[in-house]
Ligand binder design. Structure first.
Ligand SMILES: Nc1ncnc2c1ncn2[C@@H]1O[C@H](COP(=O)(O)OP(=O)(O)OP(=O)(O)O)[C@@H](O)[C@H]1O
Length: 335
């Protein structure tokens, strides 16, 4: 089990017209528990901190605050050796497979390097191990080994980077917007690969996406975390959050999903006051969504709401929301 305790990541930035630098909060006090075999989707708009959070969990960058625990033991990832050990626990499948593959090296050497570095195979068994991994993701291993990345299709390259991540035999897999650059026709196939492989190997799967439909498809029986400006603003069982969203931001995102003709939207439509996402600075203590929230009141600009369990309306005890007025709005709507 991986646990994130109060994880934050801040960047010091010096904007145009600002003499002093300000501390920009990309990930803010995130708490999350992720078990082996569990599928979690993280959903949010571009720039809300999804990839930064993924990089922290994968040990690629260090958090500014907070701890990362593995099976209840605090895990520091500062040295090269610690990073190499963590790479066998968590692997990331990147957003852009083409950018993560060296264009002048054949698939054999792109795949082989990781296996040799992490001592997952000896030199004389390398080809056999790579072929095994390529076959696992449905690529013709004999044909693929000697190709360059540009000689593969988008879907094949995506499956290749899945194979590379799996070759280290991790317990947890993070897919960062892994189908966003693909044709719609290929997406379902690749999403099904993720589900099939993660289920067969009992991997924890963290799927990062800005698309609720993909989150629903991947983690239908799992969990969903909705992120806004570095904060998890709603968390719970996917089916419950999608059918009964509590945070105005989640409601606005669900309202924005285009409907297929003939389908009826069952939740009230919420339209944000502006389309500008903005930034969160360490010296601001307000609700991150207040500037855009159509229901914001004075308190929302003065005090940041914490993520709290919501028990109303028969919700499961895992449904959490960070909104001062979610409960009050629920009560009014149900009168
Ligand atoms: N090294 C860095 N220095 C300064 N700011 C950064 C750095 N890395 C990320 N950021 C900022 O942190 C915020 C969150 O970025 P991040 O890439 O995590 O967002 P995201 O939700 O994954 O977006 P996308 O869906 O577009 O990939 C953005 O405003 C980004 O500009």
């Amino acid at each position: 089990m991986i646990e994130l305790k109060n994880i934050s990541k801040q960047f010091d930035i010096k904007g145009k017209g600002h003499k002093k630098k300000r501390t920009f909060v990309a990930v803010n006090q995130v708490n999350l528990t992720w078990k082996r075999g569990e599928f979690i989707s993280i959903v949010g708009e571009s720039g809300c901190g999804k990839s930064t959070l993924a990089k922290i969990i994968a040990g690629l960058i260090s958090p500014s605050e907070g701890s990362l625990l593995l099976d209840e033991v605090e895990n520091k990832i500062n040295t090269q050796a610690q990073r190499a050990r963590w790479a066998k626990v968590v692997q990331v499948v990147p957003q852009d497979p083409y950018a993560s593959l060296n264009p002048v090296r054949k698939i054999r050497s792109s795949m082989g390097d990781a296996l040799l570095y992490h001592k997952m195979a000896k030199r004389n068994e390398l080809d056999h191990k790579i072929e095994e991994m390529l076959d696992l993701v449905g690529l013709n291993s004999k044909e693929t080994l000697n190709k360059y990345p540009h000689q593969l299709s988008g879907g094949q390259r995506q499956r290749l980077v899945i194979a590379r991540a799996l070759s280290l035999d991790p317990d947890f897999l993070i897919a960062d917007e892994s189908v966003s650059m693909m044709d719609v026709s290929l997406r379902v196939g690749v999403l099904d690969y993720f589900k099939k492989i993660a289920s067969e190997r009992e991997l924890g799967l963290l799927f990062i996406t800005h698309d609720f439909r993909i989150a629903r498809y991947i983690s239908f029986d799992g969990k969903i975390a909705v992120m806004y400006l570095g904060n998890i603003v709603e968390f719970g069982d996917t089916q419950e959050v999608l059918s009964h969203p509590l945070h105005p931001y989640t409601q606005s995102l669900i309202s924005a999903v285009p409907l297929i003709a003939g389908k009826e939207r069952r939740i009230e439509e919420v339209i944000p006051k502006s389309f500008e996402v903005g930034k969160v600075y360490a010296d601001r203590q307000q609700c991150p969504f207040a500037d855009r929230c159509p229901f914001a009141r004075t308190d929302c600009y003065e005090q940041k709401p914490l993520l709290k369990t919501y028990n109303g309306n028969g919700s499961s005890s895992t449904h959490q929301v960070a909104c001062h007025y979610a409960e009050a709005r629920e009560l009014i709507e149900n009168v």
